[in-house]
Design a protein. Structure first.
Length: 717
């Protein structure tokens, strides 16, 4: 490149200026993806700026004793192919000036300095307002404490510490696997009201250790940690430290270790808590240890290790890919795609320096936006359900920050951005066509419409087989799974006490009859009491005889004998009323579906088409419905516990119901009779779902109805 080529209209404003980097700015060389970069560190703000080698060669030539024009010409002579153009040099100097990294020979413009300070504070407050769910409050400078304490913990960062960590965590995993059933049982009540205080206490202790892990390792590698404070994560106070100085490390491995230090500390503490939990009796200490185990595992997987949220996983991925400022550059890449291929701006410059980097930036930008939208929507609903006013305030702030502000910026960009000077008409046309197309697509084009309801398959005619008398189960006369006829013996019981009582009553009856015959000739006055006694004994003997006959359990009607666990009861004493199995009529099955009140209106009002049933374990097969009947009253008792939360279903149940069959809110019961299948094995009691097809409807209408149902369910709106 020759001097004077690629001229900039703004160059004359800078050409005669004498600029230089501030003397306190630190410069370090680092390699990213095999390419040399220079990292500028501002010690006053603890901020870092990355420059490519060609740009730094120009910046390094800036000195108070030469003009910008002279520095640029010298750079062009030294590197004619790589030197920045005048336009690139102007943008570079503007960015350094905005970051207060430059000094000049001109007297300071106080008004301009205060204006820049005001703008910076305004941006900070805007960022804090839009990050209301993750607000940070700095409290103290821990650097001096870290320097004093580092000699005591430095051994943890060597081979001995790594070996101890691996041994401890590995052994803890074995202990956890050995106690897996108890872990699963205790996890079920992690959100119980009496456990919330211990849960938060464990969370706070772990997060404090987590942040000190980052701080100590950063200080160990030569970094500085000057900020420690509290971050209100969804209004829950948790500690945080600023380990930004890790960017100064030339070694990528050191940056990765600092990024992973917090999670490693959490896992080590979780391992220690596993040993404590496994060797203590139920109590406060036992529960606290379990809560810390749970928090360490869940928070590490869902938050800290997740690269789509700007926690540890994000910085680890950024270092692994050698893409600093991954989030910002991913957004810039998406903007470049819109400008280049949507608006036709051919001279647009991609922030990606290679095709591979462009792919990573595009994928991360798309996935990050979708993930954050889903997560923040869930957080808003969670907060709003418990604190309605706070939820409304948060929703308003988020709407302004995510919809209104971007829309205003987009309009300003379309109206006044100099980058669109040659393609502004196309930009307006593409934007208008996109907005109109999306609006028509969502609001006019009809899409398939349906709703689902959980339920359970049952034989239309069935009966439970129970023991009508207590006894020892001694024989299974009809193997389960067979078709049996009415009156056919199924099981045999024995009850020696019942047999003894029967013979005793039988003897008493014979004695009473003999006394009646004697009184007939000798004492006629005794006939009436003896007759009453005989009648009572005959009645008792008949009852005992019926109980003896019931020791042989017989089929009440023709059907399939189902008793999957009866073999396990052989030789056991079973009390009266014990459920032994059931008799099913396999000729007809129905599906009893639970339809919540929000869908009930559509169930009654809309013309339903082709209801279909799919059963768990055979979801690939569809069962058609021949007819259905809606029970014309709201229900509260579920057809089976398998449909409720306690049984692994999706229907909320009342917490005070030990059976898990009383629904938390009333529902409508639908009995759909199934056509005889050819390839699906219908099993009584198997759960599944019924799908009702409704007339097609635009997506916007469907989403609006679901949002209204959600607000009505959660807040009564």
């Amino acid at each position: 490149m020759q001097p004077g080529s690629l001229q900039s209209e703004s160059w004359h404003r800078l050409a005669d200026q004498r600029l230089a980097l501030r003397p306190d700015v630190r410069v370090r060389r680092q390699y990213f993806r095999g390419e040399l970069w220079h990292v500028l560190e501002d010690p006053l703000t603890n901020q870092f700026f990355r420059l490519p080698a060609a740009a730094y060669q120009f910046v390094a030539r800036l000195r108070p004793d030469r003009t910008v024009q002279q520095a640029w010409e010298e750079c062009v002579r030294a590197q004619p192919e790589r030197a920045p153009s005048q336009e690139e040099a102007v943008r570079l100097l503007a960015q350094l000036h905005q970051a207060n990294l430059l000094q000049t020979d001109q007297p300071p413009d106080s008004a301009r300095l205060f204006e820049r300070m005001r703008q910076r504070r305004q941006r900070v407050w805007q960022t804090r307002l839009l990050s209301i769910m993750f607000a940070r409050i700095p409290l103290l400078d821990p650097d001096r404490f870290l320097q004093r304490a580092l000699p005591w913990v430095r051994w943890c960062f060597g081979p001995a510490g790594l070996g101890l960590w691996c041994l401890t965590v590995g052994w803890a995993i074995k202990v956890a696997l050995d106690n897996a059933p108890e872990l699963a049982r205790q996890t079920d009540r992690i959100l119980a009201p009496d456990n919330l205080l211990l849960l938060y206490l464990g969370f706070a202790l772990l997060k404090t250790a987590h942040e000190f892990g980052h701080a100590f390792l950063c200080r160990h590698f030569g970094g500085e940690v000057h900020t420690m404070g509290i971050m209100f994560m969804i209004f829950t106070p948790v500690p945080y430290v600023d380990a930004t100085s890790a960017w100064r490390f030339r070694s990528r491995a050191q940056r990765l270790w600092v990024g992973a230090a917090g999670m490693l500390v959490e896992l080590f503490i979780a391992a220690l808590m596993t040993f404590l939990w496994a060797n203590t009796a139920p109590g406060t200490l036992h529960s606290l240890a379990f809560n810390m185990m749970f928090v360490a595992s869940v928070s590490t997987v869902l938050f800290n290790a997740n690269p789509l949220m700007r926690f540890d996983g994000y910085y680890l991925l950024s270092d692994l890919l050698d893409i600093p400022n991954l989030y910002t550059r991913a957004n810039q890449q998406l903007g470049w795609l819109v400008e280049r291929y949507g608006f036709g701006r051919r001279n647009a410059e991609s922030p990606a320096r290679s095709r591979r980097e462009a792919v990573w930036l595009t994928l991360y930008g798309l996935c990050g936006h979708v993930y954050r939208l889903v997560v923040f929507a869930g957080i808003l609903l969670f907060v709003g359900k418990r604190f309605l006013l706070l939820g409304v305030i948060m929703a308003t702030v988020c709407f302004v920050g995510w919809v209104v502000v971007p829309a205003v910026k987009a309009l300003h960009y379309l109206i006044a951005s100099p980058r669109l000077e040659r393609c502004r008409a196309r930009a307006w046309a593409v934007t208008g066509a996109t907005v109109a197309g999306v609006g028509l697509f969502l609001g006019v084009v009809p899409f398939p419409n349906h709703f689902r309801a959980p339920g359970i398959a049952r034989a239309s005619h069935y009966s439970m087989v129970t023991s009508e008398t207590a006894g020892w189960l001694t024989a299974v006369l009809a193997p389960p799974g067979q078709s049996v006829q009415a009156g056919q013996p199924l099981l045999r019981f024995e009850n020696p006490e019942l047999d003894l009582e029967y013979r005793l009553v039988e003897a008493q009856l014979e004695e009473t009859r003999a006394l009646e015959r004697r009184a007939l000739h000798l004492q006629t006055a005794d006939l009436r009491p003896l007759a009453a006694r005989r009648a009572a004994l005959e009645q008792r003997l008949a009852r005992l005889g019926a109980e003896r006959a019931a020791l042989t359990v017989r089929a009440a009607h023709t059907g399939i004998w189902v008793a999957p666990e009866v073999e396990q009861s052989l030789g056991r004493w079973l009390p009266r009323g014990t459920v032994l199995g059931m008799l099913l009529d396999p000729e007809e099955f129905c599906f009893e579906a639970v339809v919540n009140q929000r869908e009930a209106a559509r169930l009654f009002a809309d013309p339903l088409q082709r209801p279909e049933v799919r059963l768990r374990g055979q979801a690939a097969q569809t069962l058609s419905v021949t007819r259905q009947r809606i029970v014309p009253a709201d229900q509260q008792r579920l057809p089976s516990p398998a449909l409720g939360w306690r049984g692994g279903g999706e229907v909320p149940v009342a917490l005070e119901d030990p059976e898990g069959r009383r629904a938390a809110e009333p529902f409508f019961l639908v009995r759909a009779f199934l056509a005889a299948p050819s390839s699906v094995a219908l099993l009584h009691g198997r759960s599944g779902q019924i799908r009702y097809t409704l007339p097609p409807e635009p997506l916007l209408h469907q989403w609006a109805r679901r949002l209204h149902q959600l607000l009505q369910r959660e807040y009564g709106w």
